[in-house]
Ligand binder design. Sequence first.
Ligand SMILES: [Zn+2]
Length: 96
Amino acid sequence: MNWLAVILLVLSPAALYGLILLIAASVSAIHPPRCPNCGRRSFRCVNFLRAFANLQRKPFCWAYYRCNQCGNTMKRNALRGEWVAVSEEEKRQYCR
Ligand SMILES: [Zn+2]
């Protein structure tokens, strides 16, 4: 086995992860989630937080969304998919 094959074998999980993220972003852009407030498909992701973003474990994989129609702002855990209300502090910090 040559070095190129070894490098491709080692990097293939990272490439697959990147491909999955790209597909998820494309699907979200084409078919945005429905706003719980007005019911329209106009929720846009404005921010995404991961656990190691600021060395705290609390904001674990939160995706922040804002509705283009009614201005509603909510966040969703990337793993559970439940919509949660966003505090004013979070709006100022993450939804600009
Ligand atoms: Zn809305």
